[in-house]
Design a protein around this ligand. Structure first.
Ligand code: NAD
Ligand code: DAU
Length: 332
């Protein structure tokens, strides 16, 4: 059995990964999570204590990180400040967690010679025009737009430097937009679903032409396990499931699936510096490592996600009013 340390395992994608690991492997998981506003202990409820140990702590705490790395075989690093809108309001926590936190983990990986997988985002590549026939590949130059994506780009470059300079056994993956259960209500899809449940009209930034490349969080998890198992040290793998859709179409689909008129939403103030389009070419991961997504049908995945939010109001209710008050203060 492998002992995995998962940072940020009480967040959206991290908790989906922990559930996936428990269901599909024999690994033991230790979650290291600071339980910021974005972390939720309830996302790990129901998982057996024999398989999952939870440690509340910060990835910038080098003494704690050192101890936990000494007790593990491999590390998957999800912990981050992850929301673009927050990074436009207050960038500092993004520098602390995404840059200093990743540095702290890399130093521990170097000291203990631990296998390290770094979770990153397609946003490090900037954005594409709507009519650009191309998609992001592992060769696309870095060109981040926001304080969030620039700190993620910085963390990727730290990982590459620690591989080359110190021989750290690391891989990196850059994934597109995830959807599924346990996503915070500040994010686009859960915000609109929970708005409809609460009788609030969904809010679309600008004209809603911006395109995101949607992948189910469980497919992200299977890709990460594949890279951990078969990935080549020092390599970067892009993760995506060919799920491009513009925001207007996604809002209208949510309304349709929730039995509302498809025009029952508001256009609100656009995001500053709003990236136009993301699109992932995941050929390398599919051909070299043999990975394939399972959730091909976005509409079915979205319907299941809507049902999860209907069934899990106690999980998200506590955060909803504060999030909406924050957006309202920004005209969004
Ligand atoms: P999230 O905001 O839902 O979760 C982040 C988790 O990290 C939370 O549980 C939080 O408590 C924890 N955390 C934050 N700062 C910490 C610190 N200093 N020490 C310890 N724990 C800390 O984020 P997410 O959407 O699940 O994203 C997870 C990772 O995946 C991030 O690295 C993000 O850049 C990357 N990613 C996200 C997406 C997406 O669509 N959400 C897509 C591609 C990549
Ligand atoms: O591409 C991967 C990235 O996807 C991750 O690195 C980030 O951590 C994750 O948050 C996500 O970033 P986005 O900025 O694309 O996601 P968000 O859910 O904030 O917004 C998705 C799109 O929807 C974006 O074009 C902005 C728009 N939007 C968002 C909100 C919250 C709206 O139109 N209305 C909204 O209320």
């Amino acid at each position: 059995m492998t002992r995995l340390l998962v940072t940020g395992g009480a967040g959206f994608i991290g908790s989906n990964f922990v559930h996936h690991v428990v269901e599909n492997t024999d690994h033991h998981v230790t979650v290291l999570d600071a339980l910021t506003y974005a972390g939720n202990r309830a996302s790990l409820e129901g998982l057996p204590e024999s398989r999952v140990t939870f440690v509340k702590g910060d990835i910038t705490d080098s003494a704690l990180v050192d101890r936990l790395f000494g007790e593990t075989d491999a590390v998957v690093h999800y912990a981050a400040e992850s929301h673009n809108d927050n990074s436009l309001h207050d960038p500092r926590p993004f520098l602390d967690t995404n840059i200093v936190g990743t540095y702290t983990l890399l130093e521990a990986a170097r000291k203990h010679d631990r296998r390290f997988h770094h979770i990153s985002t397609d946003e490090v590549y900037g954005d594409l025009e709507l009519d650009d026939p191309g998609r992001f590949t592992e060769q696309t130059p870095y060109n981040p737009s926001s304080p969030y994506s620039s700190t993620k780009a910085g963390s990727d470059l730290l990982v590459r430097a620690w591989v080359r300079s110190f021989g750290v056994r690391a891989t990196i993956s850059n994934c597109s937009n995830n959807y599924g259960p346990y996503q915070h209500v500040e994010k686009f899809i859960p915000r609109q679903i929970t708005n409809v449940i609460r009788g609030i009209r969904p809010k679309l930034y600008g004209k809603g032409e911006n395109v995101r490349d949607w992948i189910h969080a469980d497919d992200h998890s299977s890709a990460v396990l594949t890279i951990l198992d078969k990935g080549e040290i020092g390599e970067t793998y892009l993760i995506g499931a060919d799920g491009e859709r513009n925001n207007k179409d996604v809002v209208e689909l949510i309304l349709l699936l929730m039995g509302q008129p498809s025009d029952a939403y508001d256009h609100v103030t656009d995001r500053a510096g709003h990236d136009l389009r993301y699109a992932i070419d995941s050929t390398k991961l599919r051909t070299e490592l043999g990975w394939a997504p399972k959730y091909g049908d976005f509409e079915a995945g979205l319907a299941a996600t809507i049902q999860w939010y209907r069934d899990s109001e106690s999980w998200w209710a506590g955060a909803k009013d504060g999030v909406e008050a924050f957006y309202a203060s920004k005209g969004q």
